[in-house]
Design a protein around this ligand. Structure first.
Ligand SMILES: Cc1cc2nc3c(=O)[nH]c(=O)nc-3n(C[C@H](O)[C@H](O)[C@H](O)COP(=O)(O)OP(=O)(O)OC[C@H]3O[C@@H](n4cnc5c(N)ncnc54)[C@H](O)[C@@H]3O)c2cc1C
Length: 376
């Protein structure tokens, strides 16, 4: 019997294990294949803020998470001696139409008001693309917006840092190749594909897209499914690009410079697909756009093409916290496109709830109970 059992070894499950370990719970994480074999095992790693206008509790929660992540990662890197490839490199967004420049100017004032961290004021500034071609001047006919809040991390490196951090807790265990086939929250018991039965006091369901099948089975009655998968494709270049350059972001296209001469480009967004792992012409089209916007990529080599399934809750927000029908069941999924910037804060919130505290100011629309009410 362990106090906290976690299903899923992606970014959500690993942060949950770290937070549970810090809280002193005997913890066991079960991963059906290997750590990072789901959506978290990609390489894009953009940590993107919301727009600074029309501020609300969700934006504040995400802002606080993006600000605090830097310190969280630094602490884990110091403890493990590994690097997560994190840098607050900022973001540059080409402005494609004249009227958008006016709107962008308005957001400078919003950022001055809303993007204030405990020790730092983050900026949103309207300017002009320079001669350096990052982005190409003709891709930014009405200038650019540059912000200093966005950051990037190397997802696989961060998973390795988190995994190594777990090894330092004597009371946390991590098991790969352990597929959960059924969960019985009322009995505090689950069954594994290899026939074993394990018992738990509290269970955190962080199985990415697979979470929704479990949630649906445990949520009766309900009118619709709790969530589904949105496929994404991305590519990794080896390129002669300064690792300190900002992320370029425009209309769903991310160009993210990383360490070691690597630049990640993503992502498609596909609600319908045949093969979750296959990359195809949609990725080719995205790469062609990336080369137009960042011409230095024309001479770069693609070293990996990758596809994964993002977990998106029907309520479109992360789905987090105690399930209203099951005292022992806690959900931690639905991070969709922004999991990497939020996972530590969401996981902390779940572990605080398990420990009997509040929910760390978790926005109401993120709470599992709110999602479940909307499904009925
Ligand atoms: C192309 C692409 C680009 C992306 N870019 C970004 C980005 O730039 N920034 C960002 O923040 N997010 C990005 N995302 C989204 C992000 O990757 C996901 O939201 C995030 O990885 C989800 O993490 P997770 O832990 O919820 O799920 P996963 O990483 O999918 O982890 C779930 C784990 O649970 C395991 N599991 C499933 N079922 C079981 C079971 N029955 N028993 C045991 N284990 C089980 C799986 O094997 C998996 O390892 C991107 C996604 C894609 C596809």
């Amino acid at each position: 019997m362990c106090e906290v059992l976690i299903v899923g070894g992606g970014i959500m499950g690993l942060w949950a294990a770290v937070m549970a370990g810090r809280a002193g719970f005997t913890t066991r994480l079960l991963e059906r294949w290997r750590i990072g074999s789901g959506a978290s095992g990609g390489f894009l790693g953009a940590l993107m803020p919301h727009m600074p206008d029309r501020w609300n509790e969700k934006k504040q929660f995400q802002f606080d998470a993006l600000v605090s992540l830097e310190g969280e990662i630094a602490e884990l890197e110091a403890a493990t001696g590994l690097s997560a490839g994190y840098r607050r490199s900022g973001r540059v967004m080409p402005i494609g139409r004249a009227h958008l420049r006016e709107i962008a100017h308005g957001r400078e004032r919003d950022a001055a008001q809303n993007w204030r961290g405990p020790a730092h004021q983050y900026l949103w500034q309207v300017g002009h693309a320079d001669e350096g071609g990052w982005p190409a001047a003709d891709a930014a006919p009405f200038g650019i917006v540059q912000d200093t809040l966005a950051a990037r991390v190397a997802p696989r490196n961060l998973l390795a840092v988190l995994r190594a951090a777990l090894d330092q807790f004597p009371h946390v265990q991590c098991e790969e190749g352990a597929e959960v086939v059924s969960i019985e929250p009322a009995r505090g018991r689950l069954l594994l594909a290899d026939g074993r039965a394990l018992t738990f006091d509290r269970l955190i369901l962080a199985a990415g897209v697979a979470s929704f099948g479990f949630i649906d089975g445990l949520t009766q009655p309900r009118r619709s499914a709790s969530g589904g998968a949105v496929k994404g494709q991305a590519a990794l270049f080896r390129a002669d690009v300064d690792k300190a350059l900002p992320i370029i972001f425009t209309e769903g296209l991310y160009i993210v410079p990383h360490e070691n001469g690597q630049v990640a480009v993503g992502s498609t967004s596909e609600s319908r697909f045949d093969d979750p792992n296959f990359t195809d012409r949609q990725l080719d089209a995205l790469l062609a756009r990336a080369i137009d916007i960042a011409p230095v990529l024309r001479s770069a080599t693609v070293i990996e093409r990758w596809a994964g399934l993002r977990p998106r809750a029907t309520g479109l927000e992360p789905m987090v916290g105690r399930h209203p029908d099951h005292e022992r069941l806690f959900v931690l999924t639905g991070g969709f496109k922004v999991s990497f910037g939020l996972a530590h804060a969401l996981a902390r919130s779940v572990v605080e709830e398990i420990a009997g505290g509040g929910m760390n100011a978790l926005p109401e629309s993120f709470q599992c109970a709110h999602h479940v009410a909307a499904l009925r």
